[in-house]
Design a protein around this ligand. Structure first.
Ligand SMILES: [Zn+2]
Length: 281
């Protein structure tokens, strides 16, 4: 190869590396891929705004999740959690983004650039167990295309079943489209490495769930070296009669408790957790 061509190639490679590191915000997906590669090799997560996060084999896992993409997940949850350098996961209904009470695309970019997980919760939140295989395929794929088109790339395809509904057709579609895991709303704790990654369980936080009850779940998870997925919806003081509004003060109390237990827990994302399972030989 021509020497000048090699020099030119080296120059542009260095330039790209410098740009990505100096201006990470304009290269969100590239930057994230670099972080992700590190995690694969080292099981070490390099969070954009924080120091490295290691996943320790002997610590229990906790995953803080938010379903549907409500605005308060950004204005309240993200804002509070980022002060503690804690990250969470949002299951996005792509049709709802930019709608009233839901997050905007810019909100999602901020979450994504701070290494939150943005996961496929389908296009229109239809219970997959009640629609045809073609409709299911459309719901899943439309959301996936939207996420990828907007640069919200996740190396592991994960599906969050609306209302927890799924059936054999759903699983068939997921296997065909390389989804490695699925999660509904079934109550329970998960082992560190579950055998069936398509029926991941959660602990649902409803409007009347006492923070002390959640503290018990966390301690049980630590004592038994498990994986706990804490599932929230809206973090708001208003009561709308749905079960899904959780008071700010209660939420802060739970987050403070998790923060205090940082040395006993791996506070990680869903996709990071899945990576520790499927990456092991
Ligand atoms: Zn939902």
């Amino acid at each position: 190869m021509d020497k000048n061509l090699i020099k030119l190639y080296i120059f542009f490679t260095i330039l790209l590396v410098v740009l990505v590191n100096v201006f990470p915000s304009i290269f969100p997906s590239i930057n994230s891929v670099i972080n992700y590669t590190k995690t694969k090799i080292l099981s070490t997560f390099n969070n954009t705004n924080t120091k490295e996060i290691n996943i320790y084999e002997d610590r229990a896992n906790i995953i803080i999740m938010f379903d549907d993409g409500w605005k308060s997940q950004y204005t309240v949850a993200y804002n509070y959690m980022s002060k503690k350098k804690l990250r969470g996961c949002v299951a996005v209904i792509t049709k709802a983004i930019e709608q009233k009470n839901y997050m905007t695309k810019s909100d999602l970019y901020i979450l994504y650039n701070n290494n939150w997980d943005l996961l496929n919760h389908t296009y229109d939140h239809k219970n997959l167990n009640t629609i045809s295989e073609d409709e299911q395929s459309y719901e899943i794929e439309t959301a996936n295309i939207w996420l990828e088109k907007n640069g919200f790339i996740n190396p592991n395809k994960i599906l969050i079943y609306p209302e927890g509904g799924y059936n054999l057709q759903t699983l068939k579609i997921m296997r065909e489209k390389n989804y490695v895991s699925g999660r509904g709303v079934e109550e329970g704790f998960n082992s560190k490495k579950p055998t069936n990654l398509y029926e991941i369980k959660v602990k649902n936080v409803l409007y009347n769930t006492n923070p002390s009850e959640i503290v018990d779940w966390i301690n049980y998870t630590i004592d038994n070296n498990l994986t706990l997925i804490l599932l929230f919806h809206r973090i708001e003081d208003d009561v709308d009669g749905s079960l899904y509004m959780y008071k700010r003060e209660n939420f802060y109390e739970v987050i403070d408790y998790i923060d205090g237990k940082k040395n006993n827990l791996n506070v990680i994302n869903y996709s990071e957790w899945i990576q520790t399972i499927i990456n092991k030989d």
